[in-house]
Design a protein around this ligand. Structure first.
Ligand SMILES: [Mg+2]
Ligand SMILES: [Zn+2]
Length: 218
């Protein structure tokens, strides 16, 4: 029987080289306010939704400004190798993010990955520059994540599929707990090591491509 794979991949710091959520929310609001909120959230003292909301309240940002800010931001070019392989093999790839659609969708589209389904929070900007954030997935999640990635692995996996999770940060822990195979770097890698959670470290999507190609050949 051949292995049927389904891939879930984080965006910020994983596909995008930098954490675009931190860049946007820091740059267009108060930077120190933002990092204070992030620290509280990382310590488990602030719920994810509150972190985004409290910063959105002090932000001013129009759609044009956002797109100008995003234009020079790079993605990890090796992602194309994994995405191309998945397309060719008919492996679904879903982008899961605890960040915002307003910056993820344009960056992916600009690099030719606009067809990938997104599971993210929502952000809207008024013409006056007020920012509103919404959390359509919150109610079905773990209660701590604004958009619980574990939820998406659970609800989208089909019987018999082997689920693959790729990520780099604290918001990936719920997804990593739920998936069959985990590829981790940075803070997610540290968490996997500390908690003896089975995983493969990776630096490039080429590593993941090679590993999955090997699995399919077996
Ligand atoms: Mg990340
Ligand atoms: Zn969660």
């Amino acid at each position: 029987m051949s292995t049927q794979l389904r891939i879930f991949c984080d965006f910020d710091g994983t596909i995008a080289q930098r954490d675009v959520g931190n860049l946007v929310f820091g740059h267009f609001g108060s930077e120190s306010h933002w990092w204070g909120l992030v620290e509280l959230w990382q310590q488990g003292r602030l719920e994810g939704r509150e972190m985004w909301r409290r910063q959105a309240e002090v932000m001013r940002l129009t759609e044009t400004e956002l797109h100008e800010f995003l234009a020079p931001l790079a993605i990890d070019t090796s992602f194309g190798m994994l995405a191309g392989f998945a397309r060719q093999e008919g492996i679904p790839v879903t982008i899961v993010s605890d960040g915002m659609d307003a910056y993820i969708a344009p960056i992916l589209a600009a690099h030719g990955f606009g067809d990938l389904p997104l599971r993210t929070n929502r952000m809207e900007m008024t013409s006056e520059g007020a920012v509103r954030v919404e959390f359509p997935w919150y109610g079905q999640g773990c209660g701590q994540c604004a958009n619980c990635k574990g939820l998406h692995v659970r609800r989208e996996r089909l019987p018999g599929e082997t689920t693959v999770y790729i990520g780099d940060g604290p918001s990936d822990i719920c997804g990593a707990r739920e998936a069959d195979i985990v590829f981790a770097k940075k803070q997610l890698l540290a968490w996997c090591r500390e908690n003896s959670h089975p995983h493969y470290p990776f630096t490039s999507f080429a590593d993941i491509h090679d590993h999955l190609q090997g699995l399919l050949k077996r």
